[in-house]
Every structure is written in C-alpha cells, then in structure tokens.
Design a protein around this ligand. Structure first.
Ligand SMILES: [Zn+2]
Length: 226
C-alpha cells in the first residue's frame, strides 16, 4: 500500500495541481484549448517525461508551443523549489514504470509541495498520483494496477477513460476502502483542478475535491456518488 499523506504534513504551501486525461501533445488540433492555456501560463514552462523513456510527447508539445511563440524546456529532474511562477507539464507513459523509480517518486512528492509551482499531470502521471494506479490506459486496453503515490487522499484516477462506466474502474478498487474507494474517470480531453491538495480529510466530503477547468473539452466522472 502506498504511503498516505498525514495531517499537517504539507500544510506549508502546495503546488497547484491539474490532472488531465490525455490528448495533449498529439497535434495542434487535438486539444487547442489546453495548448492555448499552457502557452499563456506565466513564468517558466517545463516539460518532463517522467513515466516513459520515450519523450515524443514532450518533444511534440515543445514544438506545438514553439509554433505559437512559447518557449518550453525539456527537463529530466523535477524542480523542488521555485522562486518565480513555474508550470511543469508531466507527460504520460506507464504509471507503474514511474512508480518503480524511487528517485522520481521522491522528486514528484517534493514538487507537489512547492508553492510557486503549477503542475499538469497528464495521463499516466495523473494516475500515478492516486491511491491505486493503473499502468498505461491508451486505446482502452486492459490494465495492471499497483499502489500509487496516494497524493489524492483515497482517490484513484483512470486516464483515457471511456466514460464513467469504464470497466477498468473496477480494477482500481481498493479492498481496504468502503465500496472500493472513490475513483475519478478522466476521458481524453478532460482536465480538473485538484482542490484541497494535501488536506487532512482528502478523499472525504469537505476534503480534497476536483473542479473542471475552463480548458477542458470533456467531463470527468466521479464515482463517489456526489
Ligand atoms: Zn496503453
């Protein structure tokens, strides 16, 4: 079971965190709202391929951003602190691969506590942050599930979700939680902001919550029956 964040551990400032369901970096037409939003972010823009050795998504996104006049830098180590506003885009891949790399997990945990940092965790990177984490989900294929980072309280995330009834949501159930625990289905083109990151009651009513973004093309589906 992944470590669950405890009360007060991260009360001193947190990053702003967005989760996206996949689709960014495919082409300029795939998700123009997200591309424009990323390009308009203040400060430095960083792209990191932390869940895959294949950095094609990062390079494609870098080129798409360059085409609209926005510089973005590919990095291999995540910023741990930031004096100026910085946006960090975490590319997709395979969440189990990311979770098998302790140093990357450590860097990611640390980045989540950096107050000037805005993090967009896409696809596998979003799933790795949950309580239970699926491997790669592109194309709707079957998944492998492992313990996630647990940064979202009791929540687990399914990216590339085929609506709110995606059968793979059942695979993400945690037997230790009532009804398998809350799960968030993010279709391609769906993005949410995480509210209450690091809060004591994460995953419970009044604790961590999700809000759709202005640049989201699709709806997220939550399984906590709210
Ligand atoms: Zn896949």
């Amino acid at each position: 079971m992944g470590q669950v964040w405890r009360s007060g551990e991260y009360d001193q400032g947190m990053a702003t965190l967005y989760l996206s369901g996949g689709g960014l970096g495919r082409s300029a037409h795939a998700w123009p709202e997200a591309l424009q939003w990323l390009a308009a972010q203040p400060g430095t823009l960083l792209l990191a391929s932390i869940a895959s050795d294949d950095d094609r998504q990062a390079r494609t996104l870098q080129q798409l951003l360059a085409n609209v006049g926005r510089e973005a830098t590919l990095i291999s180590h995540l910023p741990q602190d930031s004096a100026e506003p910085t946006t960090l885009f975490l590319c997709g891949g395979d969440a189990t691969r990311l979770l098998g790399q302790p140093e990357r997990v450590r860097e990611l945990r640390s980045a989540l506590t950096a107050p000037n940092l805005t993090i967009v965790a896409d696809s596998a990177s979003a799933m790795a942050l949950g309580r239970r984490a699926a491997s790669c989900t592109c194309g709707g294929h079957a998944i492998r599930v492992t313990s996630g980072i647990g940064a979202l309280g009791s929540w687990s995330v399914l990216a590339h979700a085929i609506g709110g009834n995606d059968e793979r949501l059942a695979d993400l159930a945690d037997a230790a939680l009532p009804n398998g625990g809350p799960r968030l289905a993010l279709p391609v083109g769906a993005a949410v902001e995480v509210l209450g990151l690091g809060s004591r009651t994460s995953g419970e009513p009044g604790g961590l919550d999700f809000r759709s973004t202005s640049w989201s093309q699709a709806s997220a589906h939550r399984s906590d029956a709210r």
